[in-house]
Design a protein around this ligand. Structure first.
Ligand code: FAD
Ligand code: 2HG
Ligand code: ZN
Length: 476
C-alpha cells in the first residue's frame, strides 16, 4: 500500500473492526496505543495502525477474516512480557495489533480429569490460583506470571523454573483452539492424554510465536498440589562443583527436585546493587550460587532429605556453604533475589542477552570457554550468568559499559552474539532455549538452524499463512 492509500485504508479497516468488536474493543489514540506498541524491555518501538481487543473466539475469527481479505498484517499480543520482540509491531503503521486481553475467561475446571480449559488471554497467575481452588497445581512458573498470558506462554513454549520436573509449556497442554489466518476456527480443545489420529497440530502451534494462527483457548493439564517444600541456597567455587551437587540431588530426591536455579557472583551482586532490601544469603565470596527447591505432595521429611544432600555436598567439596530455609518469609526473600535479576539488569544499563540451552554435561566446559571469550573482548564487559541450570538453560547475558551510543551497542551486540552463539553451536546447543526467536534472533536462526529444518518450517508457514499476514518479520 502506498502512503496516499494508507489513511483511506486505515479508515475503512477501523470502521469494519469497530462493527466487529464495538468501540470498547478498539484502541486507536497514539497515547493509548503506546503501551501495546512498546515491549517490556523498551527495546523495540512499533507503530500499529490500531489495537483491536476482541472478546470472543468468533470476534477473533471475524477480525482475522477481515485482515485476510484486505491483506493486512496482524501481530498477536498477550501480556507483552516477551523478551524477543515477537509481540511488537513494526514501525510502518500498517499492522493491526490483536490483543487477547479481553479473552480472559476460565471456561471449565475438571478436577477429575486433571484439566482446565481457559481462554488465551488468561493471566498465568490466575490459572495457578484456579488450580489451587480445586486442590490441584499448575506448574508453569515465571518471573512474569502476574502479567503473561496462557496464549503467550503457549506461543513461546515458555519454560521457567520448574522445567526439570514438569517440562515446558508444551508438556502442560492437552488441546488448543486456534483461529487460522483466514479466520477459520480449529477446535482442537480435546482433554485427552492419548490421541494418535494423525499429525500433531497442537504441537505445531505451540512455539509458533503468532506466525501461524491465534491461540484463543487451551486445555491445560493439572497436577497434584504440592503441600510440602524445602528450600536452600548454596555457594560453590565452580560450575563443575555445582553440577555434581545437582547430580546428588537428582539421584537422591528424584522428582521431588523442582528447581535448581544458578546465578554467578556477578549476577547476585547486580541484584544486591539494584533491588532494594535484598541481602546476600551467604557470608563470604562464592563464584556460583544456586537456589534449590524440593517439593512433594506428602513427605514430611523433605527438609531432612535436603539437609542430608547438602551435608554430602559439603563433605565431597561440591558446595562450600549452604543455608536451609526455616520460614516462608526466608524462602520468599531468596526467590525475590532470583526473580529480581531481570529488573536489576534493566536498571543497570544495556544487557546483551543470550538465552541458551546446552546438554547439562557440557555446561561447565561451555561456561569456562565462553567466559574467557567474553573477557578477552574487553575488560569493561560484565558477565551476568544465571539460569535454569537444572534443565541446561543459561541466561548468559553481558552488561555493556555505560555511556555507549546506539551504534556502539549494535556493534557490541553483533560481536558478542557471534562469540557466544558460535560456541553454543559448536556444543550443539540452542540459541533460544525459552524466549523464542521473535525479531531478536530471526537473522541468527538462518545461520544456526539446520537448512532442512528451516525449509520445512518455511513450507509449513507458506501452507498455513498463504497471504503472509501472521506476524511478518518474526521467527522466519
Ligand atoms: P507476549 O509477549 O504478548 O507475546 C509473545 C509472543 O507470543 C509473540 O510472538 C506474540 O505474537 C505471541 N502470542 C502471544 N499471545 C498469543 C496468542 N494468543 N496466540 C498466538 N500467538 C500469541 N520466559 C520464559 O520462558 N521463562 C522465564 O523464566 C521467563 N521469565 C521472565 C521474567 C520476566 C521478569 C519477564 C518480563 C519475562 C520473562 N519471560 C520468561 C518471558 C515471557 O514472560 C514469556 O515469554 C511469556 O510466555 C510471554 O507471554 P505473553 O503473554 O507476555 O506474550
Ligand atoms: C529468567 O529466567 C527469565 O529470569 C529472564 O527468563 C531472563 O532477564 C533475562 O535474561
Ligand atoms: Zn529464564
Amino acid at each position: 500500500m502506498n502512503r496516499q492509500e494508507q489513511p483511506q485504508r486505515v479508515h475503512f479497516l477501523l470502521s469494519k473492526l469497530e462493527q466487529i468488536v464495538g468501540p470498547e474493543g478498539l484502541v486507536s489514540a497514539p497515547e493509548d496505543k503506546r503501551q501495546y506498541d512498546t515491549d517490556w524491555l523498551k527495546k523495540w518501538q512499533g507503530d500499529s495502525c490500531v489495537v483491536v481487543r476482541p472478546a470472543t473466539t468468533l470476534q477473533v475469527s471475524q477480525v482475522m477474516r477481515l485482515c485476510y481479505e484486505n491483506q493486512t498484517p496482524v501481530v498477536t499480543q498477550g501480556g507483552n512480557t516477551g523478551m524477543s520482540g515477537g509481540a511488537t509491531p513494526d514501525g510502518s503503521g500498517a499492522q493491526v495489533l490483536l490483543s487477547l486481553s479481553r479473552m480472559n475467561k476460565i471456561r471449565e475446571v475438571d478436577a477429575l480429569n486433571n484439566s482446565m480449559c481457559v481462554e488465551g488471554g488468561v493471566i498465568l497467575a490466575q490459572v495457578q490460583k484456579a488450580a489451587e481452588q480445586v486442590q490441584r497445581y499448575f506448574p508453569l512458573s515465571l518471573g512474569s506470571e502476574g502479567s503473561c498470558t496462557i496464549g503467550g506462554n503457549l506461543a513461546t513454549n515458555a519454560g521457567g523454573i520448574a522445567v526439570l520436573r514438569y517440562g515446558n509449556m508444551r508438556d502442560m497442554a492437552l488441546g488448543l483452539e486456534v483461529v487460522l489466518p483466514d479466520g477459520r476456527i480449529w477446535n482442537g480443545l480435546r482433554a485427552l492424554r492419548k490421541d494418535n489420529t494423525g499429525y500433531d497440530l497442537r504441537d505445531l502451534f505451540i512455539g509458533s510465536e503468532g506466525t501461524l494462527g491465534v491461540i484463543t483457548a487451551a486445555v491445560l493439564k493439572l497436577f497434584p498440589r504440592l503441600t510440602t517444600q524445602a528450600t536452600a541456597w548454596v555457594g560453590a567455587s565452580s560450575m563443575s562443583a555445582l553440577l555434581h551437587m545437582l547430580s546428588v540431588l537428582y539421584e537422591q530426591c528424584g522428582q521431588r527436585l523442582v528447581a535448581f536455579e544458578m546465578m554467578s557472583a556477578e549476577a547476585l551482586d547486580l541484584v544486591l546493587q539494584h533491588v532494594p532490601a535484598s541481602n546476600s544469603p551467604l557470608q563470604g565470596q562464592h563464584a556460583f550460587h544456586a537456589l534449590i527447591e524440593l517439593a512433594d505432595t506428602h513427605t514430611d521429611s523433605l527438609t531432612e532429605m535436603l539437609e542430608t544432600c547438602l551435608e554430602q555436598g559439603v563433605e565431597k567439596g561440591y558446595i562450600d556453604d549452604a543455608i536451609l530455609c526455616m520460614s516462608l518469609s526466608q524462602r520468599q526473600e531468596l526467590w525475590k533475589i532470583r526473580e529480581g535479576i531481570s529488573e536489576a539488569q534493566v536498571r543497570a544499563g544495556h544487557c546483551v542477552k543470550h538465552d541458551i540451552a546446552l546438554p547439562i554435561s557440557a555446561l561447565d566446559e561451555f561456561v569456562v570457554q565462553a567466559s574467557a571469550a567474553v573477557s578477552a573482548l574487553s575488560p569493561g564487559l560484565r558477565l551476568i550468568n544465571f539460569g535454569h541450570m537444572g534443565d541446561g538453560n543459561l541466561h548468559f547475558n553481558v552488561l555493556l559499559p555505560g555511556g555507549l551510543g546506539s551504534a556502539e551497542i549494535k556493534t557490541w551486540t553483533q560481536t558478542l552474539n557471534k562469540a557466544v552463539h558460535g560456541l553454543v553451536h559448536q556444543y550443539q546447543g540452542s540459541i533460544s532455549a525459552e524466549h523464542g526467536v521473535g525479531q531478536l534472533r530471526r537473522d541468527e536462526l538462518r545461520i544456526y538452524k539446520n537448512p532442512v529444518e528451516l525449509e520445512l518450517m518455511m513450507l509449513l508457514k507458506q501452507t498455513l499463512d498463504q497471504n503472509q499476514i501472521m506476524n511478518p518479520g518474526k521467527l522466519l
